[in-house]
Design a protein around this ligand. Structure first.
Ligand code: SF4
Length: 77
């Protein structure tokens, strides 16, 4: 599981698409103001957290382990 991981959401980027909630409903939820929030990191295994983070259309989700950011397969130009 992924209890040792940390998930951060950049609220300046998040536009409330809900993709992360679709991929990892136990870990993400949408707040009333339309931002994604992290409810329980340990509810989703790491592979699925990755899919959720990589699937964010605006790259607002970052994964961290032991204080270091986990590299994602994002399209970087
Ligand atoms: S997928 Fe990204 S933009 Fe969409 S709600 Fe989640 S964090 Fe926000």
């Amino acid at each position: 599981m992924s209890e040792h991981m940390d998930v951060k959401i950049d609220w300046d980027r998040c536009m409330g698409s809900g993709n992360c909630v679709f991929w990892a409903p136990g870990t993400f939820d949408l707040s009333e103001d339309g931002h994604a929030v992290v409810t329980d990191v340990g509810a989703t295994d790491e592979d699925r957290l990755r899919i959720a983070a990589e699937g964010c259309p605006v790259g607002a989700i970052s994964l961290w382990r032991d204080g270091r950011e986990v590299a994602l397969n994002e399209k970087e130009e």
